[in-house]
Write a protein that binds this ligand. Structure first.
Ligand SMILES: Cc1cc2nc3c(=O)[nH]c(=O)nc-3n(C[C@H](O)[C@H](O)[C@H](O)COP(=O)(O)O)c2cc1C
Length: 272
């Protein structure tokens, strides 16, 4: 080694090697990987709070959209203040003494201490387990709720669809349905986002006069001359499997293992 090389240090020595030297290739590639991974993990840490804020804002937007309150120039946070947020014990249908500001239903669903495993015969939504408690969003008119928004999720064809369903003050008439996350095929199952299809849900009755859950996405088109049409929504053409998934997940969440006990209590309260 010359006197000059000794003074160059590790990097200088490395760079002075010919480009086809295997040692140089391996060390440069390793250094490049190290620098890139530091960049990626640093940006993941730096942008995490922003990503979480964006996710929270998106959820608020979807809740406003499903109640018909979202306008283009809406101040989302101000509009969202109209909602009273509560946490429901799904087993009893009663409100739980849990702070909705800190409760995360999606996280709870993945935590075995805060969730229950669903037996196969109950798991029509294909979710495996669900949180014991669920967050509900009440749009109040004085003491009474004029609309309620419930979180729902379940399996379609390729993915779990996450969204919301809203009800009018009677806790039976659907106000809207909206998904904020799914990976169904655009143009097929992805048509769950089509405003025309979503509009069909408005005004449908989830329960019949006997309190039985009847809402369903049917195969084909609803025949309005036939009894029961008030509970039915057209299937998505070419996407029967996603349509069935949506029908199942809505039925799971409105049924006796989901919000059923809560909705029953709320309907009884309204009918008093
Ligand atoms: C690439 C590809 C993507 C598909 N994506 C969906 C989908 O997202 N949702 C769905 O229900 N069907 C999807 N299908 C169609 C299903 O395999 C199935 O044919 C369809 O759900 C049957 O609906 P139909 O009886 O209305 O034709 C897809 C098919 C292909 C080839």
């Amino acid at each position: 080694m010359t006197e000059n090389n000794k003074n160059q240090g590790f990097l200088g020595n490395l760079l002075s090697l010919p480009n086809d030297n295997p040692k140089k290739t391996i060390i440069v590639a390793a250094l490049l990987c190290l620098v890139c991974s530091i960049l990626v993990s640093t940006s993941a840490v730096i942008f995490k709070p922003q990503q979480q804020a964006n996710k929270a804002a998106d959820i608020k937007k979807n809740i406003l959209a499903v109640t018909g309150l979202l306008t283009e120039d809406a101040d989302v946070d101000t509009l969202f203040e109209q909602f009273e947020i509560k946490v429901v014990d799904l087993a009893t249908g009663d409100y739980a003494d849990i702070d909705p500001a800190t409760y995360d239903q999606r996280k709870a669903a993945a935590d075995p201490t805060q969730s229950i495993e669903l037996p196969a015969d109950q798991d029509i939504a294909g979710i495996g387990r669900r949180a014991k408690f669920a967050t509900v969003y009440l749009l109040k008119d004085g003491d009474k709720a004029k609309q309620i928004v419930l979180p729902i999720h379940g399996y379609g064809l390729w993915s779990t669809l996450y969204g919301f369903i809203s009800f009018e003050a009677d806790f039976n008439t659907v106000g809207g349905l909206q998904f904020y996350a799914h990976a169904e095929t655009p143009g097929l199952g992805g048509e769950v986002d089509n405003p025309k299809w979503r509009k069909q849900w408005q005004g449908k009755k989830a329960f019949n006069d006997k309190g039985e859950l009847k809402i369903e996405v049917i195969r084909g088109h609803v025949d309005f001359k036939v009894a029961g049409a008030e509970h039915q929504i057209d299937g998505l053409s070419g996407a029967t499997l996603t349509s069935r998934g949506v029908s199942n997940l809505v039925n799971y969440w409105l049924g006796k293992h989901g919000f059923g006990p809560y909705l029953k209590k709320m309907r009884a309260e309204v009918e008093k």
